[in-house]
Design a protein around this ligand. Structure first.
Ligand code: R5P
Length: 299
């Protein structure tokens, strides 16, 4: 049975349909003081359950809902709970950079385990220093990537002459490489310096965008600052067109407007974070992983 939390209802329905299994229902509301009420409206006893909950924009609330849900499922006799966090917040703070800071990643991972989650999957998680999720979680944990789906969509809908793939910073090399392989072309990454939450500077390395059609690939577009700076560099070099793709279109504030005004031809994201540019669904990625885990025969 697939159960989506309140942030991932549509995605859960798509995954359930793809697998031909039941999409379990919940009742979620608030008490007048703001406290969340959650009720599982299914018989989950001896069932394997796949929970999908993307924790974007209001992560505190959505993590709390997740904890209530999984604790309840286990209490009601569910066998295994396999959880997918299409967008996983709280991965940034995996170190104490300044004295006294919370190690948020450690706290959250401990809570996820404490309610009885059996396995966890994330998608293009924003954890720069964490090489493997299994270094953080004691339960089986894996980070999947949506970039092949994004690249295939770009190939089909945005034909490019002499394409070049650019990652806007060193971390984006992993995604640029996959997209370039999919498009059968070359890639490079920029060097990025961050001066604050909203201020960044990017510089090109070897690749030259002159007369090329560009695809910029990143995990997240948040304020859009990184992409806008990349667009400036690419157009200054003489790029013919620039398409932009990301897994998580957070698009805080007027990020989308800024990116379009900076000249992006198309902006493409996935539905890990529902947005006006969520053209690509990660449902097939999740469904494939559920099949691999051998759970899709249970409904
Ligand atoms: C950073 O390291 C990420 O990969 C993204 O480049 C970054 O989070 C994007 O943020 P913004 O859109 O605010 O520049």
């Amino acid at each position: 049975m697939i159960i989506g939390g309140s942030s991932s209802q549509d995605l859960a329905a798509k995954v359930a349909q793809d697998l031909g299994v039941k999409n379990g229902k919940l009742e979620i509301r608030r008490f007048p003081d703001g406290e969340k009420y959650l009720r599982v409206l299914e018989d989950v006893k001896k069932q394997n359950i796949v929970v999908i909950q993307s924790v974007h924009h209001t992560p505190d609330e959505l993590f709390m809902e997740y904890l209530l849900l999984v604790d309840t499922l286990k209490d009601l006799g569910a066998l295994k709970v396999i959880s997918f966090f299409p967008y996983f917040a709280y991965a940034r703070q995996d170190e104490r950079f300044k004295p006294g800071e919370a190690l948020s990643f450690k706290t959250i991972s401990g809570l996820i385990e404490s309610v009885g989650t059996d396995e966890i999957y994330t998608i293009d998680m924003h954890g720069h220093r964490v090489i493997k999720l299994s270094d953080v979680f004691k339960i089986p944990a894996q980070n999947l990537t949506a970039v092949p789906l994004l690249a295939d969509y770009v190939k089909k809908t945005c034909p490019m002459q002499r394409p070049l793939v650019i990652g806007p910073d060193a971390e984006a090399e992993q995604w640029a490489r996959i997209a370039a392989e999919r498009l059968g072309t070359d890639y490079d990454v920029f060097e990025k310096k961050r001066y604050g939450d909203r201020q960044v500077e990017v510089r090109p390395r070897k690749a030259n965008a002159r007369d090329r059609e560009i695809l910029v690939v990143d995990d997240i577009i948040s304020t859009g600052g990184t992409i806008v700076e990349a667009l400036k560099v690419l157009f200054a070099q003489g790029a013919r067109t620039v398409n932009v793709a990301c897994t998580h279109p957070i698009l805080a504030g007027d990020a989308l407007r800024k990116i379009r005004e900076a000249g992006a031809k198309n902006v493409i994201g996935t539905d890990t974070v529902p947005s006006p540019v969520s053209y690509v669904s990660v449902a097939p990625l999740i469904a494939e992983q559920v099949r691999k885990a051998g759970l899709s025969g249970t409904s």
